[in-house]
Design a protein around this ligand. Structure first.
Ligand SMILES: [Zn+2]
Length: 1016
């Protein structure tokens, strides 16, 4: 089995920004769908993965390593495209070659040559040259220096040579300032734009290359002279060639263009909703991270090309417009239109630019010289107050914590009715899903926890990401890991009632689960293609990133972590960084004899994490580390060693933080001498470290005995971690399932939320796998097991309003499990609550945290389902809508399952933003999961038009549909489907993860079915 997959589903964990994709989503502020990057066969003429020669050009010794990494390295190193072997010539048909003079007797095809006729001649000559003996373009041919470094220029849309051969832009020209004027037409769904870019030429060059996607350029001038613009669509680049070198200095490039609104969720896109009176309203908003600013205006769309921006927007008078900066003036035009002009921005990356044209209402407040406003559609205006209060408190916290005040004079938080990501940290104009910003009267404390978390995350980005930005997407974790860590840290201080500690603990367990697979990747990893950039928005960047920062903070003392962070922000204010820069700042302030850089690099450059094994003999403890890898088959990374700041306590002192002792394990094995005899040792105190610990038989037994004696010998985080670790070890084959059950026996005495929900989560994973295999006997025995260990707790839960987040978290998990197992008491109570709610015309409230459980029960009857559908369509409370949808998607009626999938994909009656959630919910149940799999296969083309390849929604859809397969037949079916995708997704990392997960499930079943039959 693989309990180690994305959905920690039955537990109402709180979530972060992109919470909407699943119940317990992984990640945060994803960018949105993109119909761009049409990597279809025509465009992939030089498809990197097909070219071994490209790899060889870098050095024979590199061949044993991952091909993809080399391709990326080549790009990052600025390598030109090189020749490929003859069997790839046909694939290169849309390229011609530029031959450095004097090489191989090849006639030179000057890059300035234009026109189809000449092109044909050049291609013909090349074809001839290819077959000249001794002068092929392979490694063995043309032995002269650099002969393997041929440039292969792509052909632009006008059939001329496109003068640039890399995905990354040249560094010779930098933008300094953009003046952008936009006129969106919300009736015809088009917009007109003009951009004036002041550029600085740093090195003499004959070309300027920048990004542009899906726009029609009507006029371009350079220094007021009309210039010809070349476009290479597959890379979304445009270029201008000059006959002479441009000297160093400042120049101005003007481009006028028109474009359609993006019909996906990225770029400048239109969104609509139906207001309370049934009138359809439209609005336009942006989502640029990571690669979609280029869809709204031509730009140098890489995070290191920071610049200032001045934006003007023309609109009808019924709309307002918003952008990153405050508005400085509005001009009335004779035609009744108005133009808003915004103040010039701070220096920032293109992906942080944003603008909105909509009919929104807001409330504002002044917070430490910043005007903070929360915007929503007028019908939901009164749901913004909680967000405004939270934003105020968090902004004050961050201003104080970072010792650098938020630098802009305004901060807008805007709820967008149709928005794919959870939220997006655009500087000064943060956009959210409605569910992650609005809080209605009937929202539960868990809904508030979600809203607070997302606001805390996005506000942290205003420093980490906006003020200081990663140089390139390979270090995305510097943005996301840090914002994720700060969100938990700030909430712990500012909102202690929200019990965020338990949530963060779950997040770390989830990160461990993902990172235990061979398909994982290092925190900081090479990326170059658009799909690879999209794939970085995953659990590793966000959750593992946050986890290793926690570990570091727990290792440093005396506030050194904060001091180092402040140092880093001051030093790199308004510029770009790499991981090493952060480590160096932290090393400088550390008084310990500890190289932060040396320690942390072991956590960012290797994928995975260590399994630490503890063997005790009297006072001598032998410690060893190895890579915790669930599926060692095909592993490429056996030899990693981590610098583990190993913490431990023993029976004589275990609960107070002063009991903590630290041992730095850097080698494969080490000996720890204890000062005296102990009964037991527990390592990784409070699970602050990112590793799993295994004890010898006596070690486990002593811990289990201690817990059976008194659960309070260890803090609740440690108890939850023991449960998490022993299930993981059983997956790895290090402990038998019998040992797992031995530990689980203590759970009858457990009363804390974190260990109980972790235990339920783990058991639920196994239950669902067994259910999907129709192991009916074992399913029923698992039900009895859960009943005997959790039954009395389930019965004792109240169905009344409850305010403690911890109690709510626990009861939602328990009752959702109870009702899904059809416990009579649970389903009866749920039906009763639902009936009261319906008969009172929804005035007799269902506690919001119980809505999902109640709705899932109610959705099983036709009448109940109809009521829920009606509620979904008309509710103005988004958390209620969200739970209603989960109810609808949990129906066992196949016709309804098919209907809801279809409607959510086409966006007609269910919002497309919720399609991943619909699939996830359907796949939890036996009735629909195979239908969902078929639906995804049949509609792959359409799905990838809505959501970009590699993006989080795609990751979620693939894992939801395949992660519960555990048979050879399903493995083969999944593999066949994935390989049939070709350029439409077969190379995605999530495909490897899915395949590996199925294999892991198969192996677990093989090894444990008999044990389960015997012991359960
Ligand atoms: Zn983020």
């Amino acid at each position: 089995m693989d309990a180690f997959e994305s959905e920690r589903a039955p537990l109402p964990r709180n979530m972060i920004e992109n919470s909407m994709f699943e119940e317990e989503p992984d990640v945060v502020d994803l960018a949105k769908e993109s119909t761009s990057y049409p990597i279809d066969s025509d465009d992939v003429v030089y498809e990197p993965r097909s070219s071994r020669l490209l790899v060889r050009g870098l050095g024979e010794n590199d061949l044993d390593e991952d091909e993809e990494d080399y391709e990326s390295s080549a790009r990052l190193l600025g390598m030109s495209f090189m020749n490929r072997s003859s069997n790839q010539r046909s694939a290169a048909s849309s390229y011609t070659r530029h031959q450095p003079s004097g090489l191989c007797s090849m006639p030179s095809a000057k890059t300035t040559v234009v026109g189809v006729l000449l092109l044909v001649v050049v291609v013909s000559i090349i074809m001839v040259i290819y077959f000249v003996p001794g002068c092929t373009f392979t490694r063995t041919g043309c032995q002269k220096a650099n002969s393997t470094m041929e440039r292969i220029y792509p052909i632009s849309t006008s059939d001329e040579l496109f003068p640039w051969t890399e995905l990354r832009l040249p560094s010779s020209v930098h933008p300094v300032h953009y003046d952008i004027s936009l006129h969106p037409d919300l009736k015809n769904m088009t917009f007109k734009g003009s951009v004036s870019i002041k550029v600085k030429v740093l090195h003499e060059t004959k070309i300027i290359v920048l990004h542009s996607s899906d726009m029609n350029i009507t006029k371009a001038t350079f220094q007021d002279e009309v210039v010809h613009v070349l476009e290479y669509k597959p890379w979304q680049q445009i270029a201008i060639k000059f006959p002479e070198d441009l000297k160093k200095g400042l120049y101005v490039l003007n481009i006028n263009y028109t474009a359609n609104f993006s019909n996906s969720y990225d770029g400048f896109y239109n969104s609509s909703y139906v207001d309370i009176n049934g009138t359809k309203r439209v609005l336009a908003a942006t989502q640029f991270e990571p690669l979609a600013a280029r869809k709204a205006f031509p730009c140098f769309d890489e995070p290191a090309f920071k610049s200032t921006f001045r934006i003007k927007i023309t609109r009808e008078s019924k709309y307002i417009s918003l952008s990153n900066m405050p508005k400085v003036k509005t001009t009335d035009f004779k035609n009744g239109l108005q133009e808003d002009e915004f103040k010039e921005s701070d220096t920032m990356s293109t992906y942080l630019v944003a603008f909105i044209v909509a009919e929104f209402s807001s409330y504002s407040r002044n917070v430490s010289d910043t005007t903070v406003s929360v915007y929503a559609i007028p019908d939901k205006k009164e749901q913004v107050h909680y967000a405004l209060d939270s934003a105020e408190k968090l902004l004050k916290f961050y201003n104080n914590f970072f010792e650098i005040d938020y630098p802009l004079s305004k901060l807008d938080l805007v709820a967008i009715p149709d928005f794919l990501a959870g939220a997006m940290e655009n500087w000064g104009l943060i956009t959210f899903r409605e569910t992650t910003l609005l809080v209605g009267n009937n929202s539960s404390p868990l809904d508030k926890q979600l809203v607070t978390s997302v606001i805390a995350h996005e506000l942290a980005h205003q420093w980490f990401g906006n003020l200081v930005t990663m140089r390139w997407w390979n270090d995305l974790w510097l943005n996301e890991g840090f914002a994720t860590y700060m969100q938990y840290m700030s909430i712990k201080y500012v909102f202690p009632d929200l019990d965020i500690g338990t949530e963060f603990l779950n997040v770390r367990f989830k990160a461990l689960a993902k990172d235990a697979l061979n398909s994982s990747h290092p925190v900081s990893t090479v990326v170059s293609t658009p799909e690879q950039v999209e794939e970085m928005f995953d659990s590793v960047s966000y959750e593992k990133g946050a986890s290793i920062l926690l570990m570091l903070n727990a290792t440093l003392t005396n506030g050194e972590f904060r001091k180092g962070v402040i140092e880093y922000l001051l030093k790199y204010n308004r510029s770009n960084t790499e991981s090493e820069d952060l480590w160096n700042s932290l090393s400088q302030v550390s008084k310990q004899n500890l190289s932060v850089s040396e320690m942390m690099n072991t956590w960012t450059v290797h994928k995975g994490f260590p399994l630490v094994t503890v063997k005790r003999n009297g006072t001598q403890v032998t410690l060893s580390q190895e890579h915790f890898l669930l599926n060692a088959e095909n592993s490429t990374d056996y030899s990693s060693l981590w610098h583990v700041p190993l913490t431990y306590v023993n029976d004589s002192c275990s609960v107070l933080s002063s009991c903590k002792q630290v041992f730095h394990l850097k080698d494969k094995t080490a000996i720890l001498k204890l000062p005296g005899e102990v009964k037991w040792l527990k390592f990784n105190l409070r699970n602050d470290g990112f590793y799993i610990v295994h004890y010898d038989m006596e070690g486990w037994k002593a811990l289990i005995d201690a817990l059976n004696g008194d659960i309070n010998v260890l803090p609740y985080e440690d108890r939850a971690a023991l449960i998490n670790n022993i299930f993981a070890l059983s997956r790895l084959g290090r402990v038998s399932f019998r040992q797992v059950l031995n530990l689980m026996d203590y759970i009858r005495n457990e009363n804390e939320t974190a260990p109980l929900t972790e235990a339920l989560f783990q058991l639920d994973q196994i239950y669902r796998l067994l259910d999907k295999r129709s192991e009916l006997n074992l399913v029923s025995r698992m039900t009895s097991y859960i009943d005997s260990h959790f039954g009395s707790l389930m019965e004792s839960q109240s169905w009344e309003l409850e305010t403690s987040v911890s109690k709510i978290t626990l009861r939602s998990a328990l009752l959702e499990m109870a009702c899904s197992l059809n416990r009579l008491n649970c389903t009866t109570q749920a039906k009763q609550l639902f009936d009261q709610w319906v008969h009172s015309n929804k005035t007799s409230p269902i506690p919001s945290d119980l809505m999902r459980t109640v709705f899932k029960v109610a959705a099983q009857t036709d009448d109940g389902w109809d009521v829920l559908l009606n509620t979904y369509k008309h509710s103005i409370y988004d958390s209620e809508k969200h739970k209603t949808l989960e109810g609808l998607a949990s129906t066992q009626d196949v016709r309804k399952i098919l209907w809801i999938m279809k409607k959510s994909l086409d966006g007609s009656e269910i919002q497309t933003q919720d399609f991943p959630l619909v699939i996830h919910t359907i796949c939890r149940n036996f009735a629909g999961y195979l239908y969902a799999w078929d639906f995804v296969k049949e509609n792959w083309e359409k799905i990838t038009q809505k959501f970009p390849l590699g993006s989080f929604p795609i990751q979620s859809i693939i894992m939801s549909t395949t992660s519960q397969f555990s048979t050879k037949a399903h493995l083969m079916e999944a593999q066949n489907f994935f390989s049939s995708l070709g350029a439409k997704g077969s190379q995605m990392r999530i495909v490897q993860e899915a395949t590996e997960t199925i294999k892991q499930n198969m192996r677990w079943m093989e090894n444990n079915l008999s044990t389960l039959r015997y012991w359960l």
